[in-house]
Design a protein around this ligand. Structure first.
Ligand SMILES: [Zn+2]
Length: 98
């Protein structure tokens, strides 16, 4: 897969042709909204992670139980998902992102 599909999107939006080259950047999947938005995934042994999803705002703290209230997030994963469902226009504002 390449970034070539972006040429069509760019042309549809701007009306001008452009060549887009390169490979898409790999991103990890957000455990909350499942979009590929994270630069790294939580790893307690390495002490890495804690990436914040720029789509849903969830901070990856290794929480897997969707009803568990997370310490660094303001609520549980299911509450974040309910918020996305309640405001679909806001959360789909950037639908071209993977
Ligand atoms: Zn997310």
């Amino acid at each position: 897969m390449t970034n070539g599909f972006l040429s069509q999107i760019y042309e549809a939006i701007s009306g001008a042709r452009a060549e887009v080259i390169g490979e898409p950047e790999f991103r990890f999947r957000c455990p909350c909204c499942h979009r590929q938005t994270l630069d790294e995934i939580f790893d307690p042994e390495q002490g890495t992670g804690w990436d914040i999803c720029d789509h849903c705002g969830w901070e990856d703290d290794s929480t897997t139980d969707e009803t568990q209230r997370s310490g660094c997030n303001r609520g549980s994963m299911s509450e974040y998902r309910a918020r996305m469902l309640a405001r679909p226009n806001y959360y789909n504002r950037d639908k071209w992102r993977a």
